[in-house]
Design a protein around this ligand. Sequence first.
Ligand SMILES: C[S@@+](CC[C@H](N)C(=O)[O-])C[C@H]1O[C@@H](n2cnc3c(N)ncnc32)[C@H](O)[C@@H]1O
Length: 239
Amino acid sequence: MNAYDIFASHYDAVVGQREDVALFLQKLLRTYAPRAKTLLELGCGSGSMLKILSRRYKAQGIDLSSKMIELAKKKAPKAKVSVGDITRFSFDEQYDAIICPFDTINHVTSFPAWKRVFANAHKHLNPGGVFIFDVNTEAKMERYATEPVFAEIMKNEISIVDVQRVRRYRYLVNLRLLRREKGALYRNHEVLIPELVVPTPTILKELSNYFTRVTLVDPDRKKPSDETEDLFFVCQGPR
Ligand SMILES: C[S@@+](CC[C@H](N)C(=O)[O-])C[C@H]1O[C@@H](n2cnc3c(N)ncnc32)[C@H](O)[C@@H]1O
C-alpha cells in the first residue's frame, strides 16, 4: 500500500474539491489547445479535476493508488480511470491534451523518473497536442518549511499541513486530519509524502528535448518570478 492508499478517505477533507483549479486548467486548455477533445490526467487522485474536465473532454486518468482510483470512479463517472504509474504507463491511444496537475510530478522523487514522465507524455500526445503540468517551487516549499505550521478548523475535522526540509530540494509533506469521533475526541490520521523540487532551468532544458514551445504560467501573478509558488508548464510542438 502506498501513502495515498492509506490516506485516500481523508484526502479530500484536507485539500478540498479545488473547482477553481479545474476551471483554471480548463482555461489553459481552451487557450493552448482550443480544438482538444481527448484528455489524459497523470496522477488523477480522487478525480476532482476529471469531475469537471470530463464534462467537456473525453477524459481518462491514471493513478498509482487503487484507493484514489476507487474515489475517482465515483466522483468522475464519465471518465475512464485505472491504476498505473505515470513514469511507466503505456496506452495504445494518443491524446490531444495530457495534464499532470497539483504538484503530482514533485511526488516523483528522482529526476531520471521525471524525464521518463516527460518522454512518455510526449509519446502519448497527438500531433498539435499539449502537455500541462505544475510544480511546487523551492520558494513555496521553503516558505512552508520555515513558517509556523497552520491548521484549518472545519465542523468535525481539523486539517494540518506540515512541511519539513530533508536537504536541499528534498522535502517531507505531512498531511494530517484530526477527525471527530466521539464528543470532544478526535482521531489523528496522517501520512508523510516525500517531494522533490527541481530548478526551473533544469526542467526547461529537459523539456526542450521533446517540445519546441514551453510557456510558463503563474496563476497568482502576471509573470513568473522568484516568488512564484505554483508554476505551470504548458508544453507544445514540434508537430
Ligand atoms: C497531490 S495528488 C493530485 C491529484 C489530482 N491530480 C488533483 O489535482 O486533484 C497526487 C496524486 O499523484 C499520485 N501519484 C504519485 N506518484 C505517482 C506515480 N508515480 N504514478 C501515478 N500516480 C502517482 C498519488 O497517488 C496522488 O493521487
